[in-house]
Write a protein that binds this ligand. Structure first.
Ligand code: GTP
Ligand code: MG
Ligand code: ZN
Length: 344
């Protein structure tokens, strides 16, 4: 067992342990040690314990790809050999091109900080993808607009983001200053876990260093961005869990090039509530809200209560989700593609 110098000792509840995890332990397992996965590499993992960071021992032939940063595991106390992983209360995962198994981004997360900057990275359609993703995983999304110090007027960015989903929290900050931690404090309590997601170069690692009060060698690497189009250089290459100075835990992640959607039907229904709620009033149950007579959504577009650009983006995301989401149908449970208009 190797101790790795990082965050200091803590209690199980402040690490995010709760009755949900406690209830999963059998009597025989209560003597085992509980650890929270902090980093996942190809052949090794580290975890946070109540007495500091530790290296986890993997049983022979076990793959690290089955674990997500934020997972709870139970291990043999002396060797830190994994006995099993506990069920998750939220899992962020996405399909990536070419890979069979989904990529696990983070587990047991309460809040998703969707990070974008007050510059060319800001894009409503892209934010909607992240929102559908957050909703589906049953995490609370917060839009975090960085580089407020570089934007003349942040009001248009805030207004644009706020109307994307009902009750959505939107904050602006300068990720480099300690004030940023105060702005995000409402989501960073003891026992809470937040994850930073977004494009490369928006300031996720800068924000992590501010939240975790990391400096020098201990800090996450950050990289500059291209001045012409504000694109980052993919500085962060793996996911990792860190203690927040005032309590709670934060997960840094590598910048995502394109967040392709699959398996997010419920997430889209929440995101596009103004469409979801009107759909039962359409004349046809399987209305596509395109050209059918008696369409309640088209009527709402006509009277100005639904934004036609939203309807267009809703259609695009629905189609993408349908095309990417396998549906177990047929007598043998063969995978087939979901037909258009099936879940509308
Ligand atoms: N002025 C200003 N610069 C910022 C702010 N946030 C981040 N930066 C700068 O933006 C650049 C990119 O920041 P990073 O923290 O590396 O971005 P990232 O999102 O972690 O990028 P990847 O790891 O590549 O995904 C760095 O030069 C930061 O100093 C901010 O709020 N204001
Ligand atoms: Mg980074
Ligand atoms: Zn309709």
């Amino acid at each position: 067992m190797t101790e790795i110098p990082d965050d200091a000792a803590t209690s199980l509840p402040s690490l995010g342990w709760s009755a949900f995890f406690e209830g999963q332990l059998s009597d025989a397992e209560t003597g085992l040690e509980r650890l929270r996965i902090a980093t996942v590499h190809r052949s090794r993992m580290t975890a946070q314990s109540t007495h500091g960071p530790v290296r986890v021992a993997l049983p022979p032939k076990m793959k690290t790809t089955d674990y997500a940063v934020g997972d709870w595991i139970i291990v043999e106390p002396d060797t830190h050999l994994i006995v099993r992983r506990l069920d998750r209360h939220a899992l962020l995962q996405r399909k990536t091109e070419g890979a069979r198994a989904p990529q696990l981004i983070a587990a047991n997360v309460d809040t998703m900080f969707i990070v974008t900057s007050c510059n060319d990275d800001f894009n409503l359609a892209r934010l909607e993808r992240y929102l559908a993703f957050a909703n589906e995983a049953e995490t609370n999304p917060v839009i975090v607009l960085t580089k407020a110090d570089k934007a003349g007027d942040t009001a248009p960015f805030v207004a644009g983001a706020a109307q994307l989903q009902r009750g959505l929290d939107v904050v602006t900050l300068n990720a480099k200053t300690p004030d940023a931690a105060d702005t995000l404090a409402p989501w960073c309590h003891e026992g809470q876990t937040v994850v930073l997601v977004g494009s490369s170069g928006v300031g996720k690692s800068t924000l992590l260093n501010t939240l975790a009060a990391k400096e020098g060698e201990d800090a996450q690497l950050t990289g500059d961005i291209r001045e012409d189009d504000a694109k980052g250089r993919h500085t962060t290459t793996s996911r990792s869990l860190h203690g927040i100075k005032g309590g709670g835990w934060v997960i840094d992640t590598p910048g995502i090039r394109t967040l392709h959607l699959s398996d997010v039907s419920d997430g889209l229904d929440i995101l596009f509530a103004e469409i979801t709620e009107r759909a039962p009033d359409c004349h046809f149950r399987d209305c596509t809200h395109a050209h059918e007579p008696g369409c309640a959504i088209q009527a709402a577009v006509a009277d100005g209560s639904v934004d036609p650009a939203r309807l267009e983006r809703w259609r695009k995301l629905q189609d993408e989700n349908d095309a990417n989401t396998p549906d177990i149908t047929g007598p043998k449970g063969n995978y087939s593609q979901k037909g258009r208009g099936k879940k509308r």
